[in-house]
Design a protein around this ligand. Structure first.
Ligand code: ADP
Ligand code: ASP
Ligand code: MG
Length: 472
């Protein structure tokens, strides 16, 4: 008997038809005699709706959250009406939906009166998306004969207090999984657990960051010692590039943990960047599969990906990036400028996505997300004010509307000429490359172009990845 953790994304639970597929998938696995831990996202679009309603509430608008509550009620009740036959189970789940939505309305009401929102309050509010979907999916499964039970993840997943980007506290999470989740599994229960959310030791709801239910899946896969983690989503697997950018994207049958780490970090939305971390040590394989095409095998992510004949396996991009450049002739040979700059960046609460320095040491540049760039600039100017006054540093500049393009493939390691090919393709297509970086893992090459060149860069680079994809 195997234990399998399955995470279903927003589109996969986004409509009654999609939830029907979820039921078939879970039932098939149960009938094969396996234990299943199910992690669910909010129904597609719900997380955005909830976050927008908080913004409106802060601005004093009641209409925003009242209409959101109504829309959410309709959407979840419609699903229940289609998926669960009339009777006690349907009524009980309606009551749960009503209770959750009235709590949601009360919290939003408080926010609208105070005119203030905190990360903690925002997490409590946005969590209703997953709390609602988990009840609906559990009821739908129950009505089709699976002994399913909905759980709020905070019962097991204990995190630190970094609201909106919380980290698990492993020992406590493991202890709770051992004490409560494993016995439920042993009794034949199929737990339906909210993705994306956890709770602090004091019971305050936290979230793991946008897209974080993949990470929840990995956390529960590791803590329940699962044999497999399956990420059920709305595409056939991890592809050679985002199919929304280039329709020619093909499914990669195998990807290594390291490759998926780079792909996810550099923008492949198909998997949250932290997903690999919990399963890596235990060597739990991750499958990425399509809820709407369940007979297709999907992508297998494991320790060693299969080498492909092409060294560039996939191409990703990240939008909404700003490039910061610190420059000045007085920097040459002066130790510590870069270190102080990066510390100031961290104090401004921004993380650095990529760094590049010219060998003359007269300038270096790095990339942060657009929304944080101005704060970072201010923090750096504060930190280096003496050097700026003495003109050793001439400028701290921000360039907006740039994007990072990344080519990923473990086969690049030790293969000469890959960077040459990448940049000659850019040159041949007259795409201006603003900055370049290659990680020491040699598993990826990243460079910066202006936002207007994004599609063209991805498509031209994708040609190289498509040249010799191994068929799945
Ligand atoms: P879910 O709600 O299931 O978590 P997401 O929208 O978060 O789904 O992620 C799936 C989406 O990721 C796909 O619909 C696709 O547009 C996008 N995507 C971006 N890059 C890739 C890639 N390299 N391979 C597959 N999908 C990708
Ligand atoms: N519902 C959350 C989001 O939209 C988490 C997730 O779907 O992974 O960000
Ligand atoms: Mg996702």
């Amino acid at each position: 008997m195997k234990t399998i953790t399955m995470k279903f994304g927003g589109t996969s639970v986004g409509s009654p038809e999609a939830i029907s597929n979820v039921i078939d998938i879970v039932k098939t696995e149960r009938q094969a005699g396996n234990r299943v831990v199910v992690i669910v996202s909010a129904m597609a679009g719900v997380t955005d709706m909830l976050l927008n309603s908080v913004k409106a509430a802060v601005a004093g608008s009641k209409w925003g959250y009242l209409s959101t509550a109504e829309k959410l009620r309709e959407r979840h009740e419609d699903a229940l009406n289609i998926l669960v036959p009339p009777g006690k189970l349907r009524e009980k789940t309606f009551d749960q939906v009503t209770a959750l939505l009235s709590e949601y309305t009360e919290i939003c009401h408080a926010v609208s009166i105070l005119g203030e929102n905190t990360a903690r309050v925002s997490d409590a509010i946005v969590a209703y998306g997953e709390r609602l979907s988990s009840r609906v999916v559990a009821a739908a499964l129950k009505s089709r004969g699976v002994d399913a039970l909905a759980y709020d993840a905070g019962e097991f997943l204990i995190t630190d207090e970094r609201f909106q980007g919380a980290n698990p506290i492993w020992e406590e999470t493991q202890a709770r999984v051992d004490a409560k989740l494993l016995p439920a599994l042993a009794q034949g229960i199929t737990p339906i657990i909210t993705g994306f959310i956890g709770a602090t030791r004091n019971g305050a709801i936290t979230t793991l960051g946008r897209g974080g239910s993949d990470y929840s899946g990995a956390i529960f896969a590791a803590a329940s010692n699962s044999d497999e983690l399956i990420i059920w989503t709305d595409v056939d697997g991890v592809m050679t590039t985002d199919p929304r950018v280039d329709k020619r994207a093909r499914v990669l049958p195998y990807v290594s943990y390291q490759e998926i780490g780079e792909l996810a970090f550099y923008g492949a939305k198909v998997l949250h960047p932290k997903t690999v971390q919990p399963v890596l040590d235990k060597g739990i394989p991750i499958w990425v599969r399509n809820t709407f095409n369940p007979s297709f095998a999907g992508t297998l992510i494991r320790e060693n990906g299969e080498p492909t004949a092409t060294v560039i396996k996939a191409v990703t991009s990240i939008r909404n990036i700003s490039l910061l450049t610190v420059s000045g002739k007085g920097m040459i040979g002066v130790p510590g400028i870069a270190g102080r700059t990066f510390l100031a960046t961290a104090r401004a609460g921004a993380s650095i996505l990529m760094i590049s320095q010219s060998s003359s040491e007269q300038s270096f540049c790095f990339l942060v997300t657009e929304g944080t760039a101005q704060n970072v600039k201010d923090a750096i100017e504060g930190e280096l004010s003496a050097e700026i006054d003495s003109r050793d540093i001439e400028r701290v500049e921000v360039l907006d509307d740039v994007v990072i393009i990344t080519a990923v493939g473990a086969g690049m390691r030790g293969t000469p000429g890959v960077a040459g090919r990448v940049f000659s393709v850019m040159g041949e297509n007259r795409i201006n490359v603003i900055a370049i970086a290659q990680g020491s893992s040699e598993c990826s090459i990243s460079f910066v172009v202006s936002e207007a060149d994004l599609e063209r860069s991805v498509i031209k680079l994708h040609d190289l990845a498509l040249e010799s994809v191994v068929e799945g």
